[in-house]
Write a protein that binds this ligand. Structure first.
Ligand SMILES: C[S@@+](CC[C@H](N)C(=O)[O-])C[C@H]1O[C@@H](n2cnc3c(N)ncnc32)[C@H](O)[C@@H]1O
Length: 355
């Protein structure tokens, strides 16, 4: 076995050992598909926050490729940038494994992947299902062309489409599965319309607080019913679903004491964060502040908060915590997802909140 093969086996065993990988088909795919062929160049963030390119000439490149890490490959949709907002990456193998397992896809079934990116995930799909069952779409023509070339060079020939993945790809519909490797604020209706009744849509939700990985069963008419999965999933957004940054403002404010720590509201590892996101839609968080596009803001100073703008966001956060406790402290996996003609909702115990 060559170096890459040994590193690949190690990564696959790690994914198996942590329990994210179970299906022998995906295990085989992770063992055999060469991630390094799709990552000849990526960016690593230094301690000072700057990004440095890592290329095949770098002595540690191959080892880094086969670590369980996300590797950014593009910023601001521009291949010449070496910093900014990441717009393409090869996702963390663990989250790829989680999403591939969640697909529950069977031999002979077809998959539409939204977000071709480097092409690595499409290669895993082709390996397991056969290239004739895989369609992958990316909005960025250069990324798509490059991925297609790398896929072909490695013997994978899925249908590669350039276009807005929010529209799906009607020409190849109906699909048995839709898998989005970029996140969305709401589920594009085309995904459910182009999925066979009983088929699945797997995607992550792009929410500044309380993001989530969801699986929705299609009814075949653009509606569906599903669940938030226990695993957390945070992906870069579909380009049109990126949010404008909201910042904590200045101006007149009220100051009062609080016993609610900021981390309780915004720490993704905490039990309340998902519900905080449900109760505070569109609220963006920094380390010690919250902001909303309507101009409402909070500065958290440990034992007290300043609140400004039209609404008192920290009052709402405290009310949300009280409601969450009354509801029995539900975790993300206890919430349903309803995609109806009347709107898209997260649901729990007869209540619903608009996505
Ligand atoms: C996290 S990367 C996908 C990772 C990829 N599956 C891989 O294995 O490398 C997200 C991708 O979504 C693409 N994307 C963003 N907005 C899109 C849209 N509206 N339609 C299709 N693709 C989009 C980006 O260009 C980027 O390549």
């Amino acid at each position: 076995m060559d170096d890459a093969g040994a590193l690949r086996a190690e990564l696959a065993d790690h994914l198996l050992g942590t329990g994210v990988l179970r299906d022998p088909r995906w295990l085989k795919a992770f063992r055999e598909v060469p991630r390094h062929e799709f990552l000849p160049r990526f960016y690593r963030q230094r301690h000072d926050g700057d990004w440095e390119p890592v290329t095949a000439e770098h002595p540690g490149w191959l080892q880094l490729v086969y670590t369980d890490r996300v590797w950014v490959t593009q910023f601001d949709g521009d291949d010449t940038m070496t910093g900014g907002t990441p717009t393409c990456s090869s996702s963390m193998p663990a989250i790829m494994a989680i999403m591939l397992e969640a697909l529950e896809v069977h031999t002979g079934q077809s998959v539409l992947e939204v977000g071709t990116g480097t092409g690595y995930n499409a290669a895993l799909l082709c390996h397991a299902l056969g290239a004739d069952r895989v369609t992958t779409v990316d909005v960025d023509p250069q990324l798509s062309a490059r991925a297609r070339e790398r896929l072909h060079r490695n013997g994978f020939t899925p249908t590669c489409v350039i276009g807005d993945g929010a529209r799906g790809h009607p020409a190849g519909a109906p699909y048995d599965r839709v898998l989005a490797t970029c996140s969305v604020t709401t589920i594009p209706p085309a995904w459910l319309e182009q999925t066979r009744p009983g088929g699945l849509v797997i995607t992550t939700l792009h929410r500044p607080i309380g993001a989530g990985l969801v699986r929705i069963v299609s009814r075949g008419d653009g509606t569906g019913e599903g669940r938030v999965l226990v695993e957390d999933g945070r992906f870069m957004p579909l380009r049109a679903h990126a949010r404008k940054p909201a910042l904590a403002g200045t101006g007149a404010f009220d100051r009062r004491t609080t016993t609610l720590p900021m981390a309780t509201v915004v720490d993704p590892a905490g039990p309340f964060e998902f519900f905080a996101g449900v109760a505070l839609p569109d609220v963006v968080a920094g380390q010690d502040w919250l902001g909303h596009p309507d101009g409402s803001w909070v500065h958290h100073h440990g034992s007290h908060v300043d609140q400004g703008g039209p609404r008192r966001l920290w009052d709402l956060a405290e009310q949300a915590l009280a409601l969450w406790e009354d509801l029995g402290k539900p975790r993300r996996q206890h919430f349903g997802v309803t995609i109806g003609h009347d709107g898209q909702f997260l649901t729990f115990d007869g209540r619903r909140w608009r996505l």
